[in-house]
Design a protein around this ligand. Sequence first.
Ligand code: SF4
Ligand code: SF4
Ligand code: SF4
Length: 277
Amino acid sequence: MIKAPVNKIIPFSSVDGPGNRLALFLQGCSFDCLYCHNPETINKCINCGCCVNVCKNNALSIENYKIKFYEVNCIQCGECIRACQNNSDPRVRYLSVDDILKEIKKVQAFISGVTVSGGECTLYIDFLMELGKKIRDLGLTFFIDTNGSVPLWNKKDLIGVIDSAMLDVKAYDRDEHIMLTGTDNDNVLKNLDFLIKSNKLYEVRTVIVPNVLGNRHTVDEVSKIIGKYDGSKYKLIKFRQMGVREDKLNSYTPSMKIMNELRKLAENNGCKDVIIT
Ligand code: SF4
Ligand code: SF4
Ligand code: SF4
């Protein structure tokens, strides 16, 4: 049975797609964004053991060179992830599709669907395929939240299984995208085009980072693409310093004046549903 590393399951979320949804966060990411708010989701644990003694609640140990997590002792203080130099989390569990379904069934009556996020969930295509089919058999919708790094146009079976996708377009300029994430945006922009043409794009997201990114250029170019088609939302997210690795990025939260100007720009390019958060 296929398993995937699960960082976190949130039984009820109202910010991960339409309606009330269970949100599942998989461990491991193909980017290393300067503004990542969850850097502990980027890498898989390398079992170095450095976080074990940091835990004062006997929730961690190292056995046979592998980290062991005792959930019952954990008070979710976060000291272990602050101690990890590998952008990882010792609490990650490898769960099967059936394990996830058990969690979904506990809340099934109260949710309209499930969204799988990350890290980067499309690093686990086979897992997503199996999970997505079973979620839809339950009568729930199945969304993915992706950074666009994996070529989805080569994964048409997956596209047949998802109801829709949320896609990050972090920067339109290629060099700026490399500076921000460590990787170019060639696949991201091709995925944007592919998802729109497949009618599977629910929302595009761009984080607005004053003084660091060419926000206006990204919003202008992305909204011109979205604006040609009906239906997709464009979410403009204010950068917030809290939780960001301070040595990596120095910016500030943009004012509503800046955000409203960007919203106007996107609307003028034909986007009908622009959201500021
Ligand atoms: S894509 Fe998301 S999870 Fe991955 S590094 Fe960037 S912000 Fe973090
Ligand atoms: S979570 Fe980090 S510090 Fe802890 S064992 Fe894994 S890699 Fe080492
Ligand atoms: S979050 Fe849990 S495992 Fe990590 S240090 Fe705190 S109690 Fe220990």
